[in-house]
Every structure is written in structure tokens, then in C-alpha cells.
Design a protein around this ligand. Structure first.
Ligand SMILES: [Zn+2]
Length: 390
């Protein structure tokens, strides 16, 4: 097995572009890739362009009529009328939409194949993590659900247990829905409470179908959750479940929209806490999945200030060459950011909150605290189903 991680990348993924004024600006992918290079990480990983997901792969998750609708909208964007969620404000149709969405899905599927076959221990596709797409419809800026496709491909290759951890500020509803009835896949999503944020699902009581009770886990955290609460909640729920489930592969989604600068949600998480969770996911993969780790991007709409730094940390962690938080960002990248966006780029790989303090659940909890209530609701709903103590 190669000791090097794979970074999945085809320049054409930056064509995933819903147009001007849409929050998911592909400049975030471009600037992330450039920052990875500015730190020389492209020489520390194998940069691999996988082929686009073909029809039979897409069909592992998506309905034939939906794929047909995406193809039609892709060929003639003006014809999209909102059916199948395409041609809406969130998911406008654009020329080539099918091709680029299938290409992004192909990178996640390729990452899963490389990790399963031992060609790489870790593989990262930060253009992926499009977790809202449903089997039969587009949703929340997501056309094809590359995360679900990667997991489905792992099952097809023979994996018996795959764990999925989703720390995007939004509920990982599409991935949960795809594997709702499947006990071979454990989905865990930490997100802002459905009462205050799209997609209004991800309640603690959503725990999986009758055939798969306890295979869906939802931690619905209050708006305003910051570093200490977010890390406390992650560690109060995730490691115990992963230790119990013993996945053969860990798939993680690292939407950067938990950040306090993010314009679309209401968490107050810093880059430093995001990095701490990335490190924790990497550690979990080594501890319980023989190191097999597929790491994906996701949401993130502070496209200059947050996303490139967050996912460059992710690539560095996968490459085994962590970037220390206080590290100064290369001037060449900052100049490129200004030239492209007329925005001032951040100067360091930290928000100045490192090391992030947080209190462990084992030391006790406060039933009157809203964060602790959220954690308790999840533990009470799910832990007994898995034979774990609440
Ligand atoms: Zn999101």
C-alpha cells in the first residue's frame, strides 16, 4: 500500500457553477487548490483525476428518471422548470451540469475505490460532500450525492460496515435518506438545529428504519454554538459510536459553513476548531478503520476567508504533514486572492483560537445547559439502540 494520500482533483470541477450571485462560488475550490500548492502539499500527495461517474454508478443512488432530468437540464438549461428540484433558486440549471456533477461524484467514488483497494490509505475530495442531493431530486446546491455514491460503491465492493461523519452546519439529509434502511452504514450528522436552519431535518429522534435502528445519528445543536460546545458535542457522541461500530472505512464530510464568518448559518466555530475535528476524524480512522479514510468537502460560503484554509488543513492532515495553526500564509497566494476577488486574504492558518479549550462529557454535564440538552437528546435516542449506556 502506498503511504501517500490521494488528492482527487480535475480542474474541470471548478465548472460546478450555479452562476453569479449564487453563494456556492467555485472560486472556493480554485483558491483551495492554489493554497494547497502554495504550501507544497501537491508534492506530498498523489494528485489523481478520477473519471466521471457513469450511468451504472450514478444508479447506485439515483433514480433513472432523475438522472434523465439532470441530463435534459444540462443540455438545455432554459427548459428546467423546477421539477426534480432543478431550475430553482437553490439549484439553477446550467449548461454542462450533468457532466461536472458526475465528475465530482467520480472523484469521491475514485477516492473510495483507492482506499478500499489499498492504493492509498487516505483520499480527499474537497470538491465533494454534496450531501443534500436525494435519490430522486436536487436539493441545497447538490445535484448528485457524491458522498452517498462513495459509500454505495464501498458496499458494492464488499464493505460490511462504513461509517459516515458529517460536520457541515447543515444536516446530512441526503446521505441519511439513502442508507436509512441499511444497517451496514452508520451516518452521524452534527448540525445546527432544524428549527433554525435548512433542511429542517436531523432531529435526534431520526435514528433509522425498523431494519436499521440506531444506524442514523443526529446531533442538533443550538444556533450560536461555538468552539467549546461544538468540540464537546463531537467528542460526547462520535468516538463512542465509532468504537462500537468498528467501521472498515470512515467517510467524513467537512463542510466549512460552521464558521463564525459563514453568511448562511448561525454557528460561531473557528478555523482552529474545524482543524481539531479534522484531526479527530483522522485519528478515529486510524484507531478503528485501519486508517482507511475518505475525506470530503461540503458547504462553506465564506469563500476567501474560511474555505481555502479549512480544506488546506484537511489535505495537510491526510498527507501526514499538518500545518501548525500559527503558520503564515504564503504571500503569493494572498496576491492571487486579491487579484481574483479584490478581497484581502487572511494572513495565517489560524483564527487565533488555538489551542481550543473544551470540557469533556465524562467530567459531567449540566441538564439546564442547551448544548448539553442537545447532546443528551441524541445519546438518549440512539445509544440504547446500539447497546451503549446513555
Ligand atoms: Zn452546509
Amino acid at each position: 500500500m502506498s503511504g501517500r494520500a490521494q488528492l482527487m482533483w480535475d480542474e474541470a470541477v471548478t465548472g460546478y457553477d450555479f452562476g453569479r450571485d449564487h453563494p456556492m462560488d467555485p472560486v472556493r475550490l480554485h483558491l483551495t487548490r492554489r493554497l494547497v500548492d502554495a504550501f507544497g502539499l501537491d508534492r506530498e500527495v498523489d494528485v489523481v483525476a478520477a473519471k466521471a461517474a457513469g450511468e451504472s454508478t450514478l444508479r447506485l443512488v439515483h433514480r433513472e428518471d432523475y438522472i434523465e432530468a439532470v441530463r435534459a437540464a444540462s443540455a438545455d438549461p432554459a427548459s428546467a422548470d423546477g421539477s426534480y428540484g432543478i431550475g430553482t433558486l437553490d439549484d439553477p440549471a446550467f449548461a454542462g451540469m450533468h457532466e461536472v456533477s458526475a465528475l465530482i461524484a467520480g472523484q469521491s467514488v475514485g477516492a473510495a475505490e483507492a482506499v478500499w483497494r489499498g492504493e492509498a490509505l487516505h483520499a480527499v475530495n474537497f470538491a465533494g460532500g454534496l450531501h443534500h442531493a436525494m435519490p430522486g431530486g436536487a436539493s441545497g446546491f447538490c445535484i448528485y450525492n457524491d458522498a452517498a455514491l462513495a459509500i454505495a460503491r464501498l458496499l458494492e465492493l464488499g464493505a460490511e460496515r462504513v461509517a459516515y461523519i458529517d460536520v457541515d452546519v447543515h444536516h446530512g439529509d441526503g446521505v441519511q435518506a439513502v442508507f436509512w434502511e441499511n444497517p451496514r452504514v452508520l451516518t452521524i450528522s452534527l448540525h445546527e438545529h432544524p428549527r433554525t436552519l435548512f433542511p429542517q431535518t436531523g432531529w435526534p429522534e431520526e435514528t433509522g428504519a425498523e431494519t436499521a435502528q440506531g444506524s442514523a445519528v443526529n446531533v442538533a445543536l443550538p444556533a450560536g454554538t461555538g468552539d467549546a460546545g461544538w468540540l464537546r458535542a463531537f467528542h460526547a457522541v462520535v468516538p463512542e459510536l465509532i468504537a462500537d461500530f468498528r467501521p472498515q472505512v470512515l467517510v467524513t464530510q467537512h463542510g466549512a459553513d460552521t464558521h463564525f464568518e459563514d453568511p448562511l448559518a448561525h454557528f460561531a466555530v473557528s478555523l482552529d476548531a474545524q482543524r481539531a475535528v479534522q484531526v479527530a476524524c483522522h485519528d478515529l480512522a486510524h484507531e478503528y478503520a485501519d486508517g482507511r479514510w475518505v475525506a470530503l468537502g461540503g458547504g462553506g460560503y465564506a469563500v476567501v476567508e474560511v474555505v481555502p484554509r479549512s480544506w488546506t488543513h484537511l489535505v495537510a492532515i491526510a498527507a501526514g504533514r499538518e500545518i501548525a495553526p500559527e503558520t503564515v500564509i504564503p504571500e503569493s497566494w494572498r496576491q492571487e486572492v486579491f487579484a481574483r476577488t479584490r478581497q484581502l486574504a487572511p494572513a495565517r492558518m489560524t483564527d487565533g483560537r488555538w489551542p481550543v479549550p473544551w470540557a469533556s462529557w465524562e467530567a459531567g454535564y449540566d441538564p439546564a445547559d442547551r448544548l448539553d440538552q442537545a447532546v443528551l437528546a441524541t445519546r438518549r435516542a440512539v445509544f440504547p439502540l446500539r447497546g451503549l449506556l446513555t
